[in-house]
Design a protein around this ligand. Sequence first.
Ligand SMILES: [Zn+2]
Ligand SMILES: [Zn+2]
Length: 322
Amino acid sequence: MKDAITCNCCQKREAIISLSYSGLDLCSQCFCELFERRVRKANRDFAMLRRGDRIVVGISGGKDSAAMLHVLDKMARRIGSVTLIPVLIDEGIAGYRPKTKKKAQELCKAHGYKLTIFSFSGLAGKRLDQIIKLRNKSKNPQFRTMGACAICGTLRKYLLNKAALRLGANKVAIGHNADDIGQTFLMNMLRADPEGVSRFGPVSENDLDGLTVPRIKPLIYVPERESAYYCELKGLPYHLGSCPYSVEAFRGLVKDFLNDSEGKYPGIKFNVLKSYLGLRMQLAENDAKSAKKPASNKCEKCGGKCSKKVCRACQVLEFLEN
Ligand SMILES: [Zn+2]
Ligand SMILES: [Zn+2]
């Protein structure tokens, strides 16, 4: 039998996780402290939580949002006068959403919150399952070639923003982790869409008319694998298992590439994140120097922030009407 490894941090307790990118073996307590420190660092670096904030916390029933709610709840208590409002978007996927909804409800109850639910049916009169059937039959090539995740993600983002406006929230917290950010960055690069770099990120800017609520991503420094560990160690309810529509093919490819690379060269994922944050900062500095405002229009239909005439969500809603 192998000897137990002692935690590199406290030098006392038995290590339960090995972080190959840093060479550290950590015990449960030191690992959870590191996890929470990373969320606090994101908060400091990007000024996410402020006294007086009313924050809609996007809850999916999965590991990332479970870990996010748990840590944000701790931070909100410490900062004071921060209200968290957990919101779940029910897109309507039979056999999947009911299970995740149950876990999300358990999670909220355990933390003393009520879970508010908004649904695609309420927004578009149709569940995602029905929307996908319509897409498959659609004669519009623009609609027919849209991936399920693109449709779902677009409507989800739109609905979460609507929820925040209705609930009087001034921020929306999203459980995107370091892996998600790295994948999106690489996807932007591979599509030669450097503009995309300023479209997503740890925090989004407020718009002037207040129709687009700023988004914050407190898990930006947290590797995906570690939020599952954190949930396990803290006994947080979460649903394990992925959406039946699975990941977008292109994202899946980039995800596999990053996972394989990380296995061979530990630390690669953090390097991608670092490159992204560096580039984002440089772009912001250039914009500030040239007094250039990043291109931002208003959607003709909903008034939300948008880079074209009509935002993607309104476009999907139009596809559904026709
Ligand atoms: Zn330790
Ligand atoms: Zn719109």
